[in-house]
Structures are given as C-alpha cells and as structure tokens.
Design a protein around this ligand. Structure first.
Ligand code: PLP
Length: 444
C-alpha cells in the first residue's frame, strides 16, 4: 500500500508533514483533505529524474485533472513539470497561477470553440486533437485568427488495458482516433494538408490504474509505425506521448506500477524502433496524474454513529462520503483507513463498513474493514485520497465541499477553503415571480 512519506506516529499521535492530524481537524473541521507537499514533490521528481536519466530528450506533463488548484500549479512549475489540462477552466486555473503556457498541452474529447480560442491565444505548447470535427474547427479558427497552431493527434492503438471498465480509454472508449478503424491515418492525412495546424507529435493514453508495462511497449510500437508513415511531417522532430495511467496501490490488494523498472525497456524500444524506421528520435513524454497525487492525500472524517444491519454487519457513517470522494461509488475503488485518536487503538478489532452520509445506498466509502471498535466522535483517516476526489466533489445533499490543506515542515496552509452554506447559495437566484415581498403582509 502506498502511503505519504511523512506519515508518522509519535507518542501514539499521527503526524503528516510534521502536523498533528487531530490538531488540523480542530482548526479546519472535518471532512478535511490533507495533502503532503513532500510526497507530491517526491512523486513529481520520481518521474522527471528517472525519465531524464534513461531518456534525456523527454517531458513529463502532470495530468491536472487528478487534482488541480493554483497552489499545486506552483509546485508543479517549481519542479519543472509540464501540465495537461482538459478544458478552458483548467487552463484558466493554470494561467491564473502563472504557469507558463508553453509547458501546457490541452486535451478533451469535445473542446468548445472558446476552449480552442483560449488555448491559441495563450500560446500553449500543443492542442491534442481528439476527433475529425475538432480538426475542422481548429482549422477554421486558426485561419480566422491568422495563427499557426501546434497540434498532436490522440490516437488509439488496438489494445485494451486490464483495468476497471470506467478507467479504460482504449478501443472501446469515446476517446481519440481509432487506429484499427483507419481513423488515425485519415486524420494524419488531413493534418498534412492543413494550412494552419503544425503537427508536433502523436499521443495515446491507454487508461488508468494500469499495472502491465507491456501494453505501453505495444502502444509505442503501434504509434511509431504510424509516425513512420508520415515522416515528411516531422522535419522539426516530434513527440511520442504515451499518456499516464500508472497504477497506485490504494490498499493492500493493489499493486503499483514500477515506472523506474519499466524505463530501460521503453527507452530501448523507442530508440531502436526509431532507428529501424528511420525516424528522428522522438521526445518521449508521459502524463501521470493519479500516481503523483493519490498517495499524498489523507482525508479525515469524524465518525457519527453505529448501526447493526441483519445480514450486512455494522455500518459506521462518517461526516462526508461520495460528495468528497465519489470513487468507491463510481468505480468500486477500495481504500484503507486508520483510527486517528490515540485511545481508540486500544479497543478490540472488529469488521465494519465505513458508510458515507449521503442519501444513496451506494454511498459506502469502505466495505468491510478491520478497525479497533470505533464509535461516534472518533476520528478516521482514509489514505491515498489525493487524486480524483476533490475535483469530483459536489454539493449533493447540500454538503459544503471540504477544505484542502497543504502540510510540510510542521506548517499547514490552505490550498482550498472549505465551503460554507452561503457559498453553496452564492449562485442561487429566486425568480422574480417567486419572491415574497414583505410589504404584501404589512398591507393585510
Ligand atoms: C489523456 C490523459 N492523460 C493522462 C491521464 C492521467 O491518468 P492517471 O491519473 O491514471 O495517471 C488521463 C486520465 O484520465 C488522461 O485522460
């Protein structure tokens, strides 16, 4: 199981980034997402340093959909990362944080005209084109704006990663130009005739939570073979971007992807195949998201009650749930947890289900976990929650989204403020005909 590097126990108390977890909840309340800065930086460097060592002509783009805010953008910039965004909103966040546009690439399977214009205006490194309509749209907008637009094609090799169906992005998904249907080749031909789009590379992303390294090797081969058919396009070189998807062990049963042991193989494969195909050596790129953020996050909850249900066991609800972490309900993600308060640890072990507080029967955070006998008022820490939790958070059931704090060197600082009820109502309006005029009662 992958845990944040700075999680430690001193005199029976848990600390993350040198901050006592229990104290953080007194200051910020619960639920609370705590992100460990050292783990984020260490994970980012793991990719950047290892890749540079084996394949110097390389780039790593953090897949910001995993968890994005302005503070994280600053960390990524300092570490020398690029950024992958999927919408005008993510691009706006990155640019607002001062992230350099020429280190950003934009994805998305249905970019709006506004997204495309914003991407062109800000001068990002490349738009990753997903479909034929988008090629036409960019061509039209580019001509009107008088711009030359660097683009990559998102191509989909005839492969399917072994992972949860909701995390597959291969042949059977809505993403990219399918190679086995001839879409990729057709799109490349169209691109070669473009007056405004400058092809700068090929991209593929196979899915998420992938443990099998071989599928990346197979994908690299398919994509390089396609690149070789269009050699004339790469006079200024090109990028081979193999996406992200490297698995994280959220619990004892899962295994993580060994990126460092995979690198010699993939580097060798790309170098030898490029030579064989008489291609310029591509810039090798990756886009990890989950594996940079997941392990850095711990969510703290206060337990609220106990309930025995015949045939199903004991349910213990927390003060959050699918509104701050929808992954268990969305794709059966499995998490681990520990009880934070010191005295709880002395109690006998039992098996319980950690339920959320949302009005959905599917809102269970952890099914059947062994913990010391927990009760209302205890504090629970769910680990490995730094990725794809907060970005998917909602106000379902009128719950304010929790605060997110960044910890390091014994200091905690706010990354995202917790919401209040007023925040939830901020964009609500009562239509004029439904408003109650106090004066109408005075006249009675
Ligand atoms: C195009 C693309 N790149 C990278 C990623 C990041 O994947 P992961 O967070 O599994 O590393 C995703 C995730 O969906 C993606 O769609």
């Amino acid at each position: 199981m992958d845990l944040p590097g700075t999680l430690e126990k001193r005199d029976g108390e848990y600390y993350l980034g040198g901050c006592k977890l229990e104290e953080l909840t007194r200051e910020y309340g619960t639920p609370l997402l705590v992100m460990d800065e050292e783990t984020i930086r260490r994970n980012a460097r793991y990719y950047l340093d290892n890749l540079k060592q084996y394949y110097p002509q390389s780039n790593v783009y953090y897949a910001s959909k995993a968890f994005l805010n302005m503070g994280i953008c600053r960390i990524m910039e300092e570490e020398g990362m690029g950024l992958d965004v999927v919408s005008g909103g993510e691009l706006y966040t990155a640019l607002s944080a001062g992230f350099p546009a020429d280190r950003i690439i934009m994805h998305g399977n249905n970019k709006s005209r506004r997204d495309i214009i914003q991407a062109i205006r800000s001068g990002i490194r490349a738009i990753v084109v997903d479909n034929d309509d988008e090629l036409d749209r960019i061509e039209k907008i580019g001509k009107a704006m008088g711009s030359i637009i660097p683009v990559m094609l998102r191509v989909v090799p005839a492969l399917e990663a072994v992972t949860h169906p909701h995390l597959q992005t291969g042949m059977g998904s809505k993403f990219g130009f399918k190679m086995h249907q001839g879409q990729a080749r057709k799109a490349m031909r169209k691109l070669s005739r473009s007056e405004v789009m400058k092809p700068v590379g090929l991209h593929c992303h196979l899915g998420s939570q992938i443990t099998d390294a071989d599928i990346y090797l197979e994908a690299a081969e398919e994509v390089l073979l396609l690149a070789a058919e269009f050699k004339q396009l790469w006079d200024e070189g090109f990028a081979l971007n193999l996406g992200g998807g490297f698995a994280v062990a959220h619990n004892e049963e899962e295994e993580s992807f060994g990126f460092d042991s995979f690198l010699p193989e993939i580097s060798q494969k790309v170098i030898s195949l490029s030579r064989e195909l008489n291609l310029p050596l591509p810039t090798l790129e990756f886009e990890p998201g989950r594996s940079i953020m997941a392990t850095a996050g711990v969510t703290l909850y206060t337990l609220g009650a106990r309930k025995e249900v015949d045939g199903l066991g004991t349910f213990v609800p927390v003060d959050g749930g699918m509104s701050d972490n929808i992954r268990p309900a969305l794709y059966e993600a499995k998490y681990n947890a520990f009880v934070v308060n010191k005295e709880a640890e002395k109690r006998a072990l039992e098996t319980v289900t950690i339920a959320g507080r949302l009005c959905e029967s599917g809102d269970n955070l952890i099914n059947e976990i062994e913990l010391p006998r927990i009760k209302a008022g205890d504090l629970l820490a769910v680990t490995c929650t730094g990725a794809y939790t907060y970005p998917m958070a909602s106000n379902y059931n009128g719950l304010p989204r929790p605060a997110v704090v960044l910890v390091g060197n014994g200091q905690a600082s706010t990354l995202i403020k917790g919401e209040s009820y007023e925040d939830i109502l901020q964009r609500n309006e009562i239509p004029a005909h439904l408003q109650k005029d106090e004066d109408q009662y005075l006249a009675l």
